[in-house]
Design a binder for this molecule. Structure first.
Ligand code: OMP
Length: 306
């Protein structure tokens, strides 16, 4: 099997878009027809149905999905079982799966997380995992080793999209911000996991669309790292904000949109056109619109198939 960076680049080229659909089910925001049973079992069944139908709606359009574990985890074991089925279903539809679990712990424990989530033969079968690096460099090593052993990948939090991300990440130490220092470490891991002739390694970085200046700075200092860029749509980021995340070929960045695609049926212009009854069509239309916007206003327009 090709390594993660190569599989990702190939998949993005084939679909011709860096659009990443986040799967973030919220029971009270699901189409009302799926809100019939609010017991934990009922919610878990609704999440599974919603997620799989969402995957059906967008599988031909995008290369990657990112299920957010938190929404499934809040339902306990039944939610986690639903998440496992969603991951399997997404992979069966030919999509790459980034498990958004934001794991991180001391090295010996991180090893267990890495084994749990990374690789086709792991219990969760993820192609990729989001990782919280603030326990330090040794906490990342087991994830990186597992990526190399199983042709999988990780995205490390560097500059997150939330309003409070500056509290810690923007602090300056010896004239350098913490996020910039983390970026240097991610770049060294990305470069070390790069195969000869490849542009990117198995280690990528999360950088929010809500901080376009930092996104531009971080693209430059992490030339070997794929960027996962959340914050598009509901958090305020737009195509122009993410344009600097790409390389000259339109590769190197995945732009995530969760709520804007999941619940498109509840917002104009999709609400009037599709409504709740055709919520899957609304999600597909919102995805197509995002693809078109990224194509028009970012280097993603240079992707071969676009
Ligand atoms: O790692 C992430 O995906 C992530 C990092 C970050 O800095 N900001 C961020 O919003 N996310 C996740 O990306 C998704 C964004 O959702 P929307 O704002 O609905 O598009 C959520 O699942 C967040 O948990």
């Amino acid at each position: 099997m090709a390594n993660f960076a190569e599989r990702l680049a190939t998949a993005v080229q084939q679909k011709g878009t860096p659009t990443l659909v986040g799967i973030d089910p919220r029971f009270e925001q699901l189409p009302p027809s799926l809100q019939t049973d609010s017991s934990l079992a009922g919610q878990a069944a609704a999440f599974e149905k919603f997620s799989c139908e969402l995957i059906d709606a967008i599988a031909d359009l995008v290369a990657v999905v990112k299920p957010q574990a938190a929404f499934f985890e809040q339902l306990g074991p039944l939610g986690m079982a639903a998440l496992a089925k969603v991951v399997t279903y997404a992979r069966q539809q030919g999509l790459l799966v980034i498990l958004d679990c934001k794991r991180g712990d001391i090295g010996s424990t991180a090893e267990a997380y890495a084994k749990a989530y990374l690789g086709a033969d792991s219990a969760w079968g993820g192609d990729c995992l989001t990782v919280n690096p603030y326990l330090g460099d040794d906490s990342l090593t087991p994830f990186v080793d597992q990526c190399v052993a199983t042709d999988s990948g990780i995205f490390v939090l560097v500059k997150t999209s939330n309003p409070g991300s500056g509290t810690l990440q923007d602090l300056s130490i010896d004239g350098q911000t913490i996020y910039r220092r983390m970026a240097a470490h991610v770049e060294s891991l990305a470069a070390a996991t790069k195969m000869p002739g490849q542009s990117y390694g198995a280690v990528g970085a999360v950088v929010g669309a809500t901080y376009p200046e930092q996104l531009s700075e971080l693209r430059e200092v992490m030339p070997s790292a794929w960027l996962l860029v959340p914050g598009f749509g509901s958090q305020g980021g737009g195509p122009k904000d993410v344009a600097a995340a790409f390389d000259a070929n339109g590769l190197g960045a995945l732009i995530n949109n969760s709520r804007g695609i999941n619940f498109a049926f509840a917002k104009e212009p999709y609400k009037s056109k599709y409504g709740e009854a055709k919520w899957q069509d609304a999600s597909a239309a919102a995805t197509r619109d995002m693809i078109a916007a990224l194509k028009a206003d970012t280097p993603a327009g240079r992707l071969a198939a676009s």
